[in-house]
Write a protein that binds this ligand. Structure first.
Ligand SMILES: NC(=O)c1ccc[n+]([C@@H]2O[C@H](COP(=O)([O-])OP(=O)(O)OC[C@H]3O[C@@H](n4cnc5c(N)ncnc54)[C@H](OP(=O)(O)O)[C@@H]3O)[C@@H](O)[C@H]2O)c1
Length: 257
C-alpha cells in the first residue's frame, strides 16, 4: 500500500480524501489545509495539519489548491525528490517546483464540497515526468476509478477548454434560464426534464445531430420575438451569439450536402 498526503481540503481535496480512503492500493496519512478543519469521524486516524513543517513522509503528495497557488505551494514544501502532483485541468505539470518529482492527477469532473460523486465513473487524467511515477499514479487512479488516461499537459489544456464549454458555460446558461423563469414567477423545475433529456441525447447522437430549436430551423420571427423579450443586454448578446453560431454550423452542413 502506498501513502498519500492531500494538500488542500476544498472541493477536490475533500472528494479525493473520501475516494482514496476507500482505495485498496493507497492510504491517506495526512491532510493539510490552511484553515481549521476536521475529517469525518471514521477518518480519526488521519492527521489534520495546518503547517507545511508538519508534513510527514509519503509516497505521493497531491496538491488540490486553486490553480494560481499551485506554483507557490509546491515551492513551499520542505522536502525534495518526492512525487508531488496537482489536480488542475489547465495548469502545466512543470509549474510544480522541480525540486520534487512532478506529476498531474486531474479528475475530469465538476466537484462541490457537499455534493456526492461516484469516483468510479470519473475519468482521471494522469501525467508524470518519470515512468515509475506514472505507473504509481496509474495504480492509484485505477484503485478509485474505472477510467484512467495518460494525457500530456498540452492535451489536458485543450481538453479543459472543451470542458469549460460543456460544464461552466452550460451551467451559466442554466443560471440565465433560472433568472428568466424567476422574473416571470415561473417554476424552474419545469425545465428539469428538458435539461435531463438534452444531456441524455448525447449518449446516442452527436451534438450536431441532437441540435433543435429556432436557430437550427432558421425560424427568424421566433428569434426576433425572443430577442425582444430579453431585457438584459448580456443575455441578449449571448442569445444572439449562440444563435449566430448555431445558424453557421447548420448552414455550413447544408452547403456541404
Ligand atoms: N472544483 C472542481 O470542479 C475541480 C475539478 C477538477 C479539478 N479542479 C482543480 O482542483 C484544484 C482545487 O480546486 P477546488 O475547486 O478544490 O478549490 P477550492 O475548493 O477553492 O479549495 C482550495 C483549497 O486550497 C486551499 N488553499 C488556497 N490557497 C492556498 C494557499 N496559498 N496555500 C495553501 N492552501 C491554499 C484552501 O484552503 P483555505 O480554506 O485555507 O483557503 C482550500 O482548502 C484546482 O487546481 C482546480 O483547477 C477543480
Amino acid at each position: 500500500m502506498i501513502s498519500v498526503t492531500i494538500i488542500g481540503y476544498g472541493n477536490v481535496g475533500s472528494h479525493l480524501v473520501k475516494a482514496i480512503y476507500g482505495s485498496a492500493y493507497a492510504k491517506i496519512t495526512q491532510v493539510y489545509s490552511r484553515s481549521a478543519f476536521s475529517l469525518p469521524h471514521t477518518m480519526d486516524h488521519i492527521a489534520c495539519i495546518n503547517s507545511f513543517d508538519d508534513l510527514a513522509e509519503a509516497d505521493c503528495y497531491i496538491i488540490a489548491v486553486p490553480d494560481d497557488h499551485i506554483k507557490h505551494v509546491s515551492a513551499q514544501l520542505p522536502f525534495t525528490d518526492k512525487l508531488v502532483v496537482h489536480t488542475s485541468g489547465s495548469v502545466s505539470m512543470d509549474v510544480l517546483d522541480p525540486k520534487n518529482r512532478q506529476g498531474v492527477f486531474y479528475p475530469l469532473q465538476t466537484f462541490s464540497k457537499n455534493k456526492d460523486v461516484d469516483f468510479k465513473e470519473i475519468p482521471i487524467c494522469i501525467e508524470a515526468a518519470q515512468a515509475d511515477d506514472l505507473e504509481l499514479l496509474n495504480k492509484l487512479g485505477a484503485s478509485i476509478s474505472e477510467k484512467v488516461s495518460k494525457i500530456t499537459s498540452d492535451e489536458r489544456a485543450k481538453m479543459h477548454v472543451a470542458a469549460v464549454f460543456v460544464n461552466n458555460f452550460v451551467n451559466h446558461l442554466y443560471h440565465i434560464s433560472e433568472e428568466i423563469m424567476e422574473e416571470h414567477n415561473l417554476d424552474f423545475s419545469l425545465l428539469k426534464p428538458l435539461i435531463k433529456e438534452t444531456a441524455s441525447k448525447i449518449e446516442t447522437l452527436s451534438a450536431k445531430q441532437a441540435q433543435t430549436g429556432p436557430a437550427k430551423r432558421n425560424d427568424l420571427q421566433t428569434i426576433k420575438r425572443h430577442t425582444n423579450q430579453l431585457t438584459d443586454d448580456t443575455q441578449k448578446d449571448i442569445y444572439s451569439l449562440l444563435t449566430k453560431a448555431i445558424k453557421e454550423t447548420h448552414t455550413t452542413n447544408e452547403r456541404k450536402l
